[in-house]
Design a protein around this ligand. Structure first.
Ligand code: B12
Length: 217
């Protein structure tokens, strides 16, 4: 078990590896996290995902551009591949199914992929439609797979406008479906105005919110 100081050092190492797009360092620090007993969830959220947040700030300040963002994402995924199997895996008797997708016009899928990892670890069956998913496809697929929860992701103020249409179609085919939305430009008020059941701010929160939806059902 790493000391608090060492844990902080490893988290910073993961953060910096993403920001400096050093894939080798991300692998090295992720292995250190595993070997030294740093909680995998903390390493992913407090290290890798936090690094991507800093990258977002650098992009906003025009210090980083699209090529850097892609390299940073590669470093994040290299670390994630190592940490993912070490998330405590829950098994449940109940069949819990979530269908995830990034809405049409939007290719930002890093957040959605983190969400997927967390649901998988929490014992949910995850159907991943990917990114830039056509509006009609959500309801079509949900009709086939019967997911109790649908998670919609959007990272752009333009693409998130597809959400109310998708939610309307989902409810028309299955009035009992639960819809959880997330992504940086959203918040609870917007989620409610779109007709969603709830909004999740991050990957950890997403699972808790979806579990609550099934309990209430
Ligand atoms: C990385 C990135 C990219 C990468 C994406 C790589 C990939 N495969 O995902 C690339 C380089 C491809 C890219 C492209 C573009 N990007 Co970009 N990109 C970003 C950046 C810097 C980070 C996004 C990210 O990965 N964050 C890290 C993850 C972990 O966080 P997250 O996505 O927010 O997800 C968390 C939560 O939001 C939540 N969550 C997310 N989804 C869901 C879903 C559910 C159900 C729940 C419960 C929770 C949840 O949980 C996640 C994990 O904790 C953001 C800036 C920012 N601050 O967000 C801009 C940003 C999103 N991009 C932007 C833009 C403009 C573009 C481009 C148009 C640029 C261009 N000129 O080509 C294109 C768009 C292409 C398209 N059609 O989609 C703008 C959007 C502005 C707007 N309109 O709102 C932003 C905000 C940058 C800015 N400040 O201008 N981008």
């Amino acid at each position: 078990m790493a000391s608090n100081e060492r844990t902080a050092e490893i988290l910073k190492g993961l953060h910096d590896a993403v920001v400096e797009y050093e894939e080798d360092d991300a692998i090295k620090m992720a292995n250190a996290a595993v070997e030294e007993g740093v909680d995998a969830f903390e390493a992913i959220m407090g290290g890798l995902a936090k690094g991507m947040e800093t990258v977002g700030d650098l992009y906003a300040r025009q210090e980083y551009f699209v090529p850097e963002l892609l390299l940073c994402a590669d470093a994040l995924y290299a670390g994630l591949d190592i940490l993912r199997p070490h998330l405590p895996k829950k098994t449940t008797a109940q069949t819990k199914k979530i269908m995830l997708g990034v809405v049409e016009g939007d290719i930002h899928d890093i957040g959605k992929n983190l969400i997927k990892v967390m649901f998988d670890a929490a014992g949910w069956e995850v159907i991943d439609l990917g990114a830039d998913v056509k509006i009609e496809r959500f309801a079509e697929e949900q009709k086939i797979n019967g997911a109790q929860v649908v998670g919609l992701s959007a990272l752009m103020t333009t693409s998130m406008l597809a959400m109310p249409k998708i939610i309307k179609m989902l409810r028309a085919t299955d009035p009992n479906v639960h819809v959880l939305v997330g992504g940086a430009p959203l918040n609870l008020d917007i989620a409610m105005s779109y007709g969603a059941d709830d909004y999740g701010d991050n990957a950890g929160e997403a699972v808790a919110k979806a579990e609550k939806m099934l309990q209430a059902a």
